[in-house]
Design a protein around this ligand. Sequence first.
Ligand code: GMT
Length: 379
Amino acid sequence: MAQNLKIGIVGYPTYGGSGVVATELGKALADKGHEIHFITYSQPVRLGAMRKNVRYHEVNVSDYPLFLYPPYELVLASKMVDVVKYEKLDLLHVHYAIPHASAAITAKQVLAEEGINLPVITTLHGTDITLLGKDASFEPVISFAINKSDAVTAVSQSLRLDTYKLFGINREIEVIPNFVNLENLDRSNSEELKKEYAPNGEKILVHISNFRPVKRVLDVVEIFSRIYLDVPSKLIFVGDGPERSKAEQLCREKNLCEEVIFLGSVKNPTDALKVADLFVLPSESESFGLAALEAMACGVPVISTNTGGLPEVNRHGVTGMMSNVGDVEDMAKNVKYLLSDPARLAKFRVKAVERAAEFSIDKILPQYEALYNSVLETV
Ligand code: GMT
């Protein structure tokens, strides 16, 4: 059985959950002695400083006036071929179906012509399935890339079932959930920082996301507007994206500007969890909810919807509360239920940490290693 492997990891290098999972997985594998080659269009934000066993290969698309759309996927596939051949990689682990899985299958086919067998492992993360699966223009390529991968994982049971429902899949998909690295995550509470945002001892609600429509950030404002007069509190938004200005506008209309803080994109979004009493995630769809898991790991109970994979993470009445999508009245009621009773909140905090520990990286990493080894034994 292979021990230390040379693994190419391809993902989005941004703050999004799939990029965080790809980067943290690579870092943890490198710490265990595997040689990791990140192949992305910019340095993954969570990669941090130079570290042992990690290399980074940037994908640069030249701007030829010939092309209306730069052919990123083809350049990525060529880069994969190059790195696999010259760094002698054992396998590629790609995160997100398009363009990463489809580019990897192209690279696999190119390399096969040269007699090189490239095992491809694809991890499905969420909107690559739940949003793009509803778009007929992507369906044939996504189905093809999934079916031609040597192994496929989904980050929750819910996403696995959605994939079967939305695509023409004729192979097994294994569930390997998101994880949290409890050692790397700064889980300290900061009373000093808390005073800056809540000088009069107000409670703090936090929402962290990319402000895409699927996150329903306006619901966060609606929930807050229903509770802040009863429970003195502040709301901190972390991140940026298409719905931010609408959320700001709604706060202005509701005269909430004194109570709501938009931090924007920050280097370490999870720092906001150090001051949070509750994390609010009213998503329309959420394949897992890594942000919720990270909040729970920091002892912050989660007010969420019950959509997608969230019930596989958040335990209703134990680690947080869940409501139907759009039911802001119920979510506001749940916020009051937790914030009005310090003893109850403290119990939820403890349970949230315990639950998050079930997704600790040392439980999840061996599942990926076992998958790599079983793929290498069969190809
Ligand atoms: O949540 C986002 O919008 C980012 C997105 C991504 O693709 O990076 O996150 C998805 O993947 C995460 C990691 O597996 C999951 O924890 C998120 O639930 C999932 N987002 C959605 O399904 C909306």
